[in-house]
Design a binder for this molecule. Sequence first.
Ligand code: AMP
Ligand code: MG
Length: 351
Amino acid sequence: MPMPIPLRTRQALLGPILLAALALAGCDRDTPDTETLNFFAFGTIVDITLYPAGAYDLEALESELQAELEILHTSWHAWEPGSLGRTNELLALQAEFSAPPSVLPLIERGKEMEALSDGLFNPALGKLVAAWGFHQDEPEGPPPDAETLEALLEDPPSMRDIERNGVRLRGQHADLQLDFGGLAKGLAVERMLDLLQNQGVEAAIFNAGGDLMTLGRPADRAWQVAIRHPQGGILGSIELDAVEALFSSGDYERGYEWEGEHIHHVIDPRTGRPSEGVHGATVLHSDPALADAAATTLMIAGPEEWPHYARKMGIEAALVVLDDRIEATPAMAERVRMEDDQPALEERGLP
Ligand code: AMP
Ligand code: MG
């Protein structure tokens, strides 16, 4: 993914950057009461909409946010050189070392998410993700052959293979390679909103390619945002209150075609192959890192087991797009307004 760059447009956010770009749709005003900063980061457009308009020094906020995005990019990138790359090199040596402080929160949350998801979410499987051609800006085939997959699945690494003693780490598995692609955006969002809050921002919504988090809310309304359909277009909309994160994972996001099959970037550790059956998963929670990891996990869990894993991870509001229907937990169904051209949500209670 390229370095984050500011797009240098500050607009009233009405453009075709769909997804949550409907953030303002709910207000009938001549003059918008929010203003938006745009960046390119995490391989996507990031919009940060601030409320109220005119209250902040945009120039100063933009450079603060930009600097933070650049730090996160170099610290957490899965295949470009940086702190995580260095950590991976040192883990492979299987000797004790002092970890760069920036990667410790990722490792800590990664361990937690792996345990909560019974290993469906496993950031130690970077080698497997790389074998499928996803550790490059433009993913491409060929997919790994049967022999390579078998070798990678025989004794797969786990986050438990990282021994941690304060800042000292030691890898205990030769194939351990960290990839926090399913979690880092959640942690980054939290950082960015903390930064805004420390700068005295009253309310804001962060939108990184449809993954969203709010800080506060405008005085007279909730944030209205759209949920993208994995096959394109908009599936529905939802109103977000203060401190709510809405994260989605989908088989449409990163991928390539190989021999008539769409190969996407969420890998099921049980099969070693791209997950099947759930085309998209959307999770609502106040903790963005949990929402991020859980959306990825529900994709992997599949059409039968997703409610089990939602409950296990402490997620009450989730929605999944299956081959022939869209299912949601009761808490999510209550909040989502489906588009007119979409089927009604089918409610699925948590076990
Ligand atoms: P997301 O878009 O949040 O669903 O994250 C997808 C990314 O998570 C992929 O691009 C990989 O970097 C990473 N990933 C893929 N499979 C897994 C898995 N089973 N556990 C943890 N991370 C994964
Ligand atoms: Mg995720």
